[in-house]
Ligand binder design. Sequence first.
Ligand code: ZN
Length: 429
Amino acid sequence: MNIHAPGLSPQVDVTGGRCRLCGHGLEHSFVDLGMSPLCESFLTPDQLDAMEPYFPLHAFVCQECFLVQLKEYVSPEHIFQEYAYFSSYSTTWVAHAKAYCDMVTRRFALGPDSLVVELASNDGYLLQHFEPLGIPVLGIEPAANVAKVAIEKRIATRVDFFGVRLAQELVAEGKQADVIVGNNVLAQVPDLNDFVAGMRLLLKPEGVITLEFPSLERLMAHNEFDTIYHEHFSYFSLVAIERMAARHHLKLVDVEALATHGGSLRVYLAHVASARSPAKSVDDLLAREQALGLRNPATYSSFAEQVRSTKRKLLSFLIAAKNEGKTVCGYGAPGKGNTLLNYCGIGTDFLEFTVDRNPYKHGRFTPGMHIPIRPVEAIDVAKPDYILILPWNLKHEIIRQMSHVGTWGGKFVVPIPEATIIDPAEVRQ
Ligand SMILES: [Zn+2]
């Protein structure tokens, strides 16, 4: 989620075509999204004429542990030095974080002697909610620019990459965690085994790790192929999480389904020797994934055609709209939007511009397709007929905030799971 300098070559395939969890050779294709630039490499105007690096965006499934993953490999130093993403810009996400903090505080009886550690703590959007509860926290955040925002809010934050090395340093300083939080970070970890081994070291004997990640079952059922991008190395089912936990002497003790990011799972892990026993939800979801065929490589093969069909439906809509002389702009410039735009070949011939609430992106251009990113108010000036919502996981929030586009007859288009037109006049406020 950083701003890359085009011309650099951040790609190194250190996995050697082997599964990053179990080491088995990767043979089964999941979906091939072609060649794509790094989806968070937003360009400044002076970079538009420079050569832009493209890399294969081809996901495989491991037939041994069923981890869906990208074979190609982008070095984390290039990804994480400077984020363009500040979690606090999404009001939905901040509210979700607050509800989480209240829940874990009650459920695990956290108090002034506890320690909550968040991995990839971003700008402190989550840990800030523990402060009024009097619970000590520590954020770990490799991107210096977002960590700085957290530190300015007086949230204890260490600018570093997390893994066994840092966990050992923290333990030597007398720091061990009652709760380790990892929200939407697991997918971005290149060395998964080092990361999980680090969490295990940092966790107190009766501590709990909670991890949130987009559900692979949801990704497949809802055609969420645009959540696949180079910065996301891995895509998890509960089946794969169970394998990962077992490898590191951890056990699954609970799992919850969440609505965030188009359908996520929150898993709770504890030491194998911990007194915590697994909730029924764990067996239930594992049985459900088994029944859906998520332990069978053949199940994964059908996804690629679903993706091609989703592309055709979106392009059919856009071509028809442009043939009728309609104007179309985008809303949002999230990473997933760039996978969608590049895979479908949607440039300024279809989308004149897109808008974003994050001022960091204003005046920049989307990677590959070079769509200009403007402040949200640009929509009120242009009065487009259609607004393509790229962060479709936030569609309710966006439609509510932007319902006034109905005054000039503007409509929203949601691309996933398939192109759908939404008239704000028909949405109950
Ligand atoms: Zn594997």
